[in-house]
Design a protein around this ligand. Sequence first.
Ligand SMILES: Nc1ncnc2c1ncn2[C@@H]1O[C@H](COP(=O)(O)OP(=O)(O)O)[C@@H](O)[C@H]1O
Ligand SMILES: [Mg+2]
Length: 260
Amino acid sequence: MVDERRPRKELEKDLGKEPEKYLEVRGLHVHYGNIHALHGVDLVVGKGEIVCVVGVNGAGKSTLMWAIAGVLPITEGAVLLNGAPFVRGAASARPHEIVNLGISLVPERRRLFSALTVRENLIMGSIRRTDREGIAADLERCFSLYPVLRERIAQRAGTLSGGEQQMLAISRALMSRPSILLLDEPSLGLAPLVTDALFDTILKIREEGVTVLLVEQNALQALDIGDRGYVLRTGRIVESASSGELIENPMIREAYLGGS
Ligand SMILES: Nc1ncnc2c1ncn2[C@@H]1O[C@H](COP(=O)(O)OP(=O)(O)O)[C@@H](O)[C@H]1O
Ligand SMILES: [Mg+2]
């Protein structure tokens, strides 16, 4: 099989270099009542990058995604797109306005409409659009990315396998035609081989010009497709480097990648 992944050497070239900021999280704090979940998170995502945030269960990965998507109020800090803040305390954009900015979240555990069909779920993803031809073209784009969804088009989402549900969740997000895709633990509950196949499609999505922020407990598989990565531990970024560097870092291997 041909390995379509970006050659590691090409990635190493950019090692240590901060990309031009496209999406930027700056000094982000989030509380749930008395629980301080994010303690001043800083990260940047360059246009066209796949950036991974890895961390164990409870590290704050979903909190970070919900804050960027505007579904969770923040206490302090900001999230910026091209230098313009869209999440900033009380002045934050509403979730649907953030979708209109081109930022789309694939939430943890898919959150599909399980009683609706595959087609209906996809249409829900395009609900804020009026360009019928563009919507039809994007449906085709999803089917060429995930041919099995075409076969299952009239099937209820709840009857799909875990892998197929994740494909549908990603496709539903793509139906809003995002420029940035936020992926919250897409590998959750999937077998390693299914995850591998799914992650290969994330590379394809990036090739089509979509920027990707991927958060995962499954650090090794995520970093394998990522350009750069951040390690989140109890609400703080404790490490950031190229994916190759993180994979080879003995400390990271020990703590997050299941030893050597
Ligand atoms: N709705 C909530 N209410 C209170 N605490 C929460 C809530 N959601 C998450 N937390 C807490 O915030 C921290 C980060 O959680 P989360 O963002 O879900 O982590 P991850 O996605 O990395 O597993 C955890 O300590 C978790 O218990
Ligand atoms: Mg989570």
